[in-house]
Ligand binder design. Structure first.
Ligand code: FCB
Length: 436
C-alpha cells in the first residue's frame, strides 16, 4: 500500500480508539517483568493480575461500546501463549482470538500488538534480544498468533516502542534485561528490526483481508536545556536523530545506522526497507537535555514546566506543540501515520481533559495541513499497571479503584466519547456523500 497505493481494509476509515497492553491489564505469571525489581506486596500482586482484566474481559470490552470508539488496540501476551519453552497454551491464544472476533462483531476494529515490552521468562533466563535466537522464538509465536487471529484482525503492530525497551533495557538499565552493555543494545535493536521485517512479510503472506502492518514508535520532543549552550543543542540534535529518526531512516533505507560524531559510526543492513504500511507514533512529552563538558555518561535528561501547562503525575511536561513537531517529523517516513498512543496521568479530570483537548486539536490541525494521519488512540482505556511506577499513575478514561478493581467512568471519558462520536459521524457522512 506504499505511497498512495491501495488502502488496507482495516484503515479505510479514520481509527478513533483507545490502547492497552496485555501485561498492564492482565499481569503475567511467567514473563521477564513478573519479578523484575518488585517494590512491595501490592506491586507483586499487580504483576500477576494487572487490573483484573482476565476476569473482567467482557465487562471491559463493553466499555468500548459505551465510549463509541471504532477501534481498540490491545496486545497478545507471548508468555501466556508460550508459558514454557516449546509448550503452547491454545486456551490463552483462543481468548485473544475471541476478543478480536467480538470486537469485529461490534464494529470495532481490533488493532493487535504482537510484542509490547514483555518476553517469556524461560527465554530471558538464557538470553534476550541481543541473541538472534530470541527473534526466532518470537517469530514462531507470532506466526501461530497471526494464523489464529487473521480471520478478525487486519491491522497489526509488530513491536511497541523498540527504542524505549532497548534504551531502557540496555542503556539506562531501567527495564529488563538490564545490566547489559550498549553494544548488546545495538545488536538487540538490529535483531528487533530484522524480526519486524520478517514478520511484515509473514503477515502479508498469511493475512486474509489485505492487512496493514505497522510498528509503534515512541517519539519525544527533545530540546536543549539551554538554547545558548552549543553542547546542549548538540545533545538534543543527536537524541532526535538517533531516538526519533533512526527507525524512520531505517524504513527508508533498509539500513540501521547509528552515527554519533566522535563516538560511533555503524551501519547494519536489516532488510526492512519500505516494510511498514503505517507508522505508529506514541507521543507524551518534551524532554530537555543538558550536556556538561565533563559528562562522561552522556547528556542529562529532565522534565521541567517551561510551557506553563504543568507537569503530570508521572512528572512529564505537558507540551502539545511537541506533538505537532513529532508528527511532522514522522511524516518524513512517507507512509500513513497512526497515533498509536497519546495520553496523560492525571487524577484531576479537568487537567486530563485539558491535555486531551489540546492534543486532539493538534490532530485536527495536522490533518488539515495535509499530514496523512489515519488514526488516534488514547492511552489508556482505564488506569492500569504502569511499567516503572506500578499502580499509581492514572492514564485511564475509566478510573480503577486499585483495591476493589471496580471501574468507573471519568469526565474525561465523556469528553473523549463525545469527540469520537462526532468525528466518526462526520467521517461517515462525508463517505456517504462521496460514494455515489
Ligand atoms: C508507553 C508505553 C505504554 C504506557 C505508556 C504510558 O511508553 O508504550 O505501555 O505505559 O507509555
Amino acid at each position: 500500500m506504499h505511497r498512495g497505493a491501495v488502502y488496507p481494509l482495516g484503515m479505510r476509515k479514520f481509527l478513533w480508539g483507545v490502547a492497552t497492553s496485555a501485561f498492564q491489564m492482565e499481569g503475567a505469571p511467567r514473563c521477564d517483568w513478573t519479578h523484575w525489581k518488585i517494590r512491595d506486596e501490592a506491586d507483586r500482586k499487580a504483576r500477576l493480575h494487572g487490573v483484573g482484566h482476565i476476569e473482567r474481559t467482557e465487562e471491559d470490552l463493553a466499555l468500548l461500546s459505551d465510549l463509541g470508539v471504532n477501534a481498540y488496540r490491545f496486545s497478545v501476551e507471548w508468555s501466556r501463549v508460550v508459558p514454557r519453552r516449546g509448550e503452547w497454551n491454545r486456551r490463552e491464544l483462543d481468548r485473544y482470538v475471541r476478543i478480536a472476533a467480538s470486537l469485529r462483531d461490534s464494529g470495532i476494529e481490533p488493532v493487535v500488538t504482537l510484542h509490547h515490552f514483555t518476553n517469556p521468562a524461560w527465554l530471558v533466563g538464557r538470553s534476550a534480544w541481543e541473541n538472534p535466537a530470541t527473534a526466532a522464538e518470537f517469530l514462531r509465536f507470532a506466526e501461530r498468533a497471526v494464523r489464529a487471529l487473521r480471520d478478525s484482525v487486519r491491522v497489526f503492530i509488530t513491536f511497541n516502542e523498540p527504542n524505549v525497551f532497548i534504551v531502557a533495557g540496555y542503556f539506562a538499565k531501567r527495564m529488563p534485561p538490564g545490566g547489559k552493555r550498549a553494544r548488546e543494545g545495538l545488536a538487540a535493536f538490529a535483531n528487533v528490526l530484522r524480526a519486524h521485517g520478517t514478520l511484515y512479510d509473514m503477515i502479508h503472506a498469511l493475512g486474509r483481508e489485505r492487512p496493514a502492518v505497522g510498528l509503534a514508535h515512541n517519539m519525544v520532543a527533545f530540546h536543549p536545556a539551554s538554547d545558548k549552550s552549543a553542547l546542549d543543542r548538540w545533545a538534543a540534535g543527536v537524541a532526535h536523530t538517533f531516538y526519533n529518526m533512526g527507525l524512520i531512516e531505517t524504513f527508508r533505507t533498509g539500513t540501521f545506522s547509528v552515527r554519533i560524531p566522535f563516538l560511533l559510526d555503524e551501519e547494519t543492513p536489516v532488510g526492512v526497507r519500505d516494510k511498514v504500511d503505517f507508522l505508529g507514533v506514541n507521543y507524551y512529552f518534551r524532554m530537555f537535555l543538558r550536556m556538561s563538558p565533563l559528562s562522561l555518561k552522556g547528556p542529562d535528561p529532565f522534565w521541567e514546566d517551561r510551557g506553563g501547562r504543568g507537569l503530570t503525575e508521572t512528572g512529564w511536561e505537558v507540551y502539545p506543540k511537541g506533538f505537532e513537531d513529532v508528527l511532522r517529523a514522522a511524516a518524513l517516513a512517507g507512509v500513513p501515520i497512526v497515533v498509536t498512543e497519546n495520553g496523560t496521568a492525571e487524577t484531576d479530570d479537568l487537567r486530563k481533559i485539558a491535555y486531551m483537548k489540546e492534543h486532539l486539536r493538534v490532530v485536527r490541525r495536522m490533518i488539515r495541513e495535509g499530514i496523512d494521519l489515519r488514526g488516534y488512540f488514547w492511552w489508556s482505556l482505564m488506569d492500569n499497571y504502569e511499567w516503572l511506577e506500578g499502580l499509581r499513575p492514572r492514564f485511564g478514561l475509566f478510573h480503577v479503584d486499585f483495591d476493589t478493581l471496580a471501574r468507573r467512568p471519568t469526565d474525561a471519558s465523556s469528553y473523549f466519547s463525545r469527540w469520537v462520536r462526532r468525528r466518526i459521524a462526520a467521517d461517515e457522512a462525508a463517505r456517504r456523500h462521496n460514494t455515489p
